[in-house]
Design a protein around this ligand. Structure first.
Ligand SMILES: [Zn+2]
Length: 252
């Protein structure tokens, strides 16, 4: 089975109509959604006509998790309506950030005003140390550089792709740890800052061979995409779907 990766959004926190950064890993009829920022749930349901069956969360900034309350309500009422026929969404999260995620989305007393449910009853929460199984694949979590160490993780499917999530450059991972065939989808703005990568950062930190396999996302305007292009960097367009992950290095 050849995995595909479909971007629901490519924007940064301001996003300006590009959608908040999020992508869906398609594995035949199984799907794993990466991140759940504002508007992502709606975009997912418009694309797939279903609730997400599985999610991976890179980190706990609101532009990556703000739709959790909506998903909680939809999933819980679907569970009440369909009972055992409804599989609660699988939620893969680094064990290191479970407490942080709980504080941000699940700690409010009385998940529903009507009572009778705790937030996590709508999900199947699966804390992950290093890797997890889904859809016949083994995904690996790799620490990114985004604020406090141990609070942000990229997602790696060996032989196919590496999705950085929000990060500064991580050459120790991308140049020395992952395989040389996979595509790399990398946080990038025109100007870097203490939280995110910039064009100069990528060109300084990574080899030409890696840059050939790298696609920038997490930007805020078509003008920024043009700046990537002018710098010789590829960028993901909103809605772009990649079907040849890691084999030919070409997008669908
Ligand atoms: Zn962030």
């Amino acid at each position: 089975m050849q995995p595909a990766l479909s971007f629901l959004g490519v924007g940064d926190a301001s996003q300006q109509g590009l959608g908040h950064a999020s992508a869906c890993v398609e594995l035949g009829d199984r799907r794993l959604l990466i991140d759940l920022g504002p508007g992502v749930l709606q975009a997912y349901m418009e694309s797939y006509a279903a609730l997400p069956e599985a999610l991976f969360i890179t980190h706990c900034h609101l532009d990556h998790i703000a739709d959790f309350e909506k998903l909680f309500i939809k999933a819980w009422f679907a569970k009440l309506e369909h009972g055992a026929a409804f599989e609660r969404p699988l939620l893969f999260v680094s064990v290191a950030i479970v407490a942080l995620l709980h504080e941000r989305v699940a700690n409010y007393p009385g998940a529903l005003a009507e009572g009778g449910v705790n937030f996590w009853q709508a999900f199947q929460l699966i804390p992950v140390a290093r890797s997890f199984e889904f859809g016949g694949c083994e995904f690996q979590l790799v620490p990114a550089r985004h604020h406090k160490p141990g609070t942000a993780y990229g997602l790696y499917l060996p032989g196919h792709f590496f999705y950085t999530g929000d990060t500064r450059p991580i050459p120790e991972v991308l140049e020395h740890t992952i395989d040389e065939h996979c595509l790399v989808f990398h946080d990038c703005s025109v100007q870097g800052n203490p939280s995110h990568s910039g064009i100069d950062d990528l060109k300084r930190e990574y080899s030409q061979a890696l840059l050939q396999r790298l696609w920038c996302y997490h930007y805020n305007s078509p003008a920024q995409r043009q700046a990537f292009n002018d710098a010789g960097l590829k960028s993901v367009q909103p809605g772009q779907r990649f079907t040849a992950l890691g084999l030919s290095g070409q997008s669908g």
